[in-house]
Design a protein around this ligand. Structure first.
Ligand code: KG4
Ligand code: ZN
Length: 362
């Protein structure tokens, strides 16, 4: 139904990145990133070993107007060139969500542009369409500090959740293990570096959920096992730390590979296209060992493995602008009374309140 390119400004403030971007959605469904500004607050939270919500919200307030200005300048456009403004409205930390959504509402009100309230998970889920022009349906593993989900992506606003974590998120498990081992925050990259030097067979750690039906994850038992092994041999030498990191990572990788195998089977049962694809996104997708294992799982099942560039795998606003553009093209827009939603599952069945979980349809 769309003609010509549409330009959308996207705003992302749901966690510890203050981000704004302008993306063009061409008439044929292709996307182009005109600007992509991400200001990370990592340094401000590192001291605390995790994201502090109040600090995050204040940092968003202080930075967002400049970040939006930069995104518009870098794109070389003015307000009049835009077709819509999109902002992450959930799930995430409420303070940050309010900053981003209120800013988008103010811009929409001042310019008369339509507002699109974007689900952060949908923004991650639609990214491979921006980066690789991927057609629906596809299978997505979203693994970040806050989210662990296996989703079937059938279309804009059409998702089926095959699996999620029943306790900690994957990235969270890496971060907590890093903290336990005295490694720096964020923990994922530090654990991966240590693991590369260590022996993965020194500690026999549980493989959570291995072989269980379905595609859900559980990380807390593994976390406890790591703590017990570490306490048993404390004080830890550098070699101990490396070996525990390697053993932990091997357990995670094996467990995730098993969950993805199950999800692939279900994806096929639900009807797969001729050239099915497995997409990995979220900060944990940066992990080389995990990528290698999932490449093997995908190849064995005749799936293509698609990993958007890391910059677009982790939190950014280009994905929010793109999701806004896709939603706009599909006929969705939201009123200025749209309320931020700290919890916002993608799959309407899970929300238990049908399609009403989404914003007003224009
Ligand atoms: O997507 P992301 O940048 O932010 C959100 O959580 O939304 O993901 C960050 C998470 C952190 O938990 C971090 O430790 C993890 O991704 N991570 C990794 C690696 N790089 C980042 N986990 C494992 N291996 C990595 N190389
Ligand atoms: Zn995210």
């Amino acid at each position: 139904m769309t003609t010509g390119p549409r330009l959308v400004l996207g705003i992302e403030t749901s966690c510890d990145e203050t981000a704004a971007a302008v993306v063009a959605h061409d008439g044929d469904g292709k996307g182009r990133i005109l600007s992509d500004i991400v200001l990370s607050q990592t340094d401000e939270h590192a001291l605390f070993g995790g994201v502090v919500p109040e600090i995050a919200a204040r940092a968003h307030v202080e930075a967002l107007d400049r970040v939006v200005e930069r995104a518009m300048t870098d794109a070389g456009i003015g307000w009049g060139d835009l077709d819509a403004v999109a902002a992450t409205a959930g799930p995430g930390l409420i303070g940050g969500l309010l900053v981003g959504l209120s800013t988008a509402k103010a811009i929409a009100l001042a310019t008369g542009l339509p507002l699109v309230a974007v689900n952060h998970l949908e923004a991650h889920a639609l990214t491979p369409r921006l980066t690789d022009g991927l057609d629906f349906p596809y299978l997505l593993l979203l693994a970040s500090g806050g989210h662990t989900q296996l989703l079937r992506v059938d279309g804009v606003d059409r998702y089926r959740r095959y699996g999620t974590t029943i306790d900690d998120a994957l990235g969270e498990a890496f971060d907590k293990t890093a903290k336990l081992l005295g490694l720096p925050y964020p923990g994922g990259p530090a654990v991966e570096r240590a693991a590369a030097r260590g022996r993965a067979d020194r500690f026999l750690l549980p493989r959570p959920m291995l072989g269980r039906p379905g595609a859900d994850f559980s990380l807390s038992g593994l976390k406890t096992a790591v703590r017990m092994e570490a306490e048993a041999i404390a004080p830890l030498t550098t070699g101990d730390v490396d070996d525990i990191a390697a053993s932990f990572q091997a357990a995670v990788v094996e467990s995730v590979a098993d969950r993805v195998r199950h999800a692939i089977r279900r994806f096929r049962d639900d009807g797969a296209p001729a050239a099915p694809a497995l997409v990995i996104a979220g900060g944990v997708a940066a992990n080389g060992a995990l990528r290698a294992a999932l490449a093997a799982v995908a190849a064995a099942a005749d799936f293509r493995l698609i990993a958007p560039p890391l910059r677009l795998c982790t939190d950014n606003a280009a994905m929010v602008a793109w999701a806004g553009a896709e939603r706009l093209a599909a006929g969705f827009a939201d009123g200025l009374d749209f309320a931020a939603r700290p919890r916002w599952p993608l799959d309407a069945d899970i929300a238990g309140i049908g399609g009403g979980a989404k914003g007003a349809k224009a």
